[in-house]
Design a protein around this ligand. Structure first.
Ligand code: NAD
Length: 299
C-alpha cells in the first residue's frame, strides 16, 4: 500500500481520496478549506498544515484543483511543491486544465527526474463516490503503468491517451461534446413538454431511440425524472456551470490555436454563458440546469 499525498478535496477530490483510504492506502491531505480537510481526517486521513508538509515521505502525490492557474501555482509557483516532492514519487494531476500547463509542469518534473502524468477524469461526483471514474492519461507509458494500481482504486476505465498533455486534450474534447448533448437534450425535452408530452414518456422513448445519449441515460436535466440526478435536488452539487464554462474555454482556445472549427462548441459556450449570467447563482448550479434556459416554469 502506498503513502499518498492528496491535495484538493472538493466535490471530486474528497470522494476520490475516501476511495483510496478504503483501498488501504495511507493518506495525508491538504486543502485551502479547513472544513474539507476535516471531512477527510474524520475518515482516517492525516491532515497537513501545508501542501509541502503533505508530500513529505509520499510515494504518490495526487492533485485535484479547479484550473490551470491553481496547478501551475501549486507545483511551480509560490508553493514550489515540485521541489518538495521526493525524486522517486509519482505525481498525478487529475484536475481538468489546459494541455499547455500540463506539459509545462510535466517538463519541469522531467528536468528534476520526477514522474508526472496528467490524468483528468470523467464520471462526475457519482462516479467519484462509486470509484467508477474514467481516467484519461497523458505522459510516459512507464509513468502510466506505475499509476495503474493507484488509479484502479478510484476508477474503472483507464486510458493512456498519449504523451504529456494528451489526457487533457481528450478531456476537453469529451466535455465539449457533453455540453453539446446536454444542451441538445434540454432543448428536445422542453420542446416535447411544450407540445403536450410528459418528460417521463419522451425520455423513455428517446432512450430506446436514436436520440439516446449519456445526459438522458444518467443525468436527465428535468427535475423529478431521475431521483439521483442533480436536477432532482434543485441542481445542487454535481458539476458546476462555471466549471463547464472553463472546460468550453479550454476547448475553444485549443480550437483557435490549432485552426480547428468548433461551431457547436461555440454555440454551447454561448448558451452556458447566457445561462450563467441570468442570475447571480446560476454559475454555481449543476450544468444540467441549462434546462432552465428553455423551461422556466418546470425548473
Ligand atoms: P471544487 O471547486 O469542488 O474543488 C476544488 C478544491 O480545490 C476546493 O476544495 C479548493 O479549496 C481546493 N483548492 C484550490 N486551490 C488549492 C490549493 N492551491 N491548494 C489546496 N487546495 C486548493 O472542484 P471539483 O468539482 O472537485 O473539480 C476539481 C477538478 O475536477 C476541476 O478541474 C473540474 O473541472 C474537474 N472535474 C469536475 C467534475 C465534477 O463533476 N465536479 C467532473 C470531472 C472533472
Amino acid at each position: 500500500m502506498a503513502q499518498i499525498a492528496f491535495i484538493g478535496l472538493g466535490n471530486m477530490g474528497a470522494p476520490m481520496a475516501i476511495n483510496l483510504i478504503k483501498a488501504g492506502h495511507q493518506l495525508t491531505v491538504f486543502d485551502l478549506n479547513p472544513d474539507a480537510v476535516k471531512t477527510l481526517s474524520d475518515q482516517g486521513a492525516t491532515a497537513a498544515e501545508q501542501a509541502t508538509d503533505a508530500v513529505k515521505g509520499a510515494d504518490v502525490v495526487i492533485s485535484m484543483l479547479p484550473a490551470g492557474q491553481h496547478v501551475e501555482s501549486l507545483y511551480l509557483g509560490e508553493t514550489a511543491l515540485l521541489n518538495a516532492i521526493h525524486t522517486d514519487a509519482l505525481i498525478i494531476d487529475s484536475s481538468t486544465i489546459d494541455a499547455d500547463t500540463a506539459r509545462k509542469v510535466a517538463s519541469a518534473a522531467d528536468v528534476q527526474g520526477k514522474a508526472f502524468i496528467d490524468a483528468p477524469v470523467s464520471g462526475g461526483t457519482a462516479g467519484a463516490a462509486q470509484g467508477t471514474l474514467s481516467f484519461m492519461i497523458g505522459g510516459k507509458k512507464a509513468h502510466y503503468e506505475r499509476a495503474i494500481p493507484i488509479l484502479e482504486a478510484m476508477g474503472s476505465n483507464l486510458f493512456h491517451a498519449g504523451d504529456a498533455g494528451c489526457g487533457q486534450v481528450a478531456k476537453m474534447c469529451n466535455n465539449m461534446l457533453l455540453a453539446i448533448h446536454m444542451t441538445g437534450t434540454a432543448e428536445a425535452l422542453a420542446l416535447a413538454i411544450r407540445n403536450g408530452l410528459s418528460p417521463e414518456t419522451v425520455s423513455e422513448i428517446m432512450l430506446k431511440s436514436s436520440g439516446r445519449n449519456w445526459s438522458l441515460e444518467v443525468y436527465n436535466p428535468v427535475p423529478g425524472i431521475m431521483e439521483n440526478a442533480p436536477a432532482s435536488r434543485d441542481y445542487e452539487g454535481g458539476f458546476m456551470v462555471n466549471l463547464m464554462l472553463k472546460d468550453l474555454k479550454l476547448a475553444l482556445d485549443a480550437a483557435a490555436s490549432s485552426g480547428a472549427s468548433t461551431p457547436m462548441g461555440s454555440l454551447a459556450r454561448n448558451l452556458y454563458n447566457l445561462h450563467a449570467n441570468q442570475t447571480d447563482n446560476n454559475g454555481q448550479l449543476d450544468f444540467s440546469s441549462i434546462f432552465r434556459l428553455y423551461d422556466k416554469e418546470r425548473s
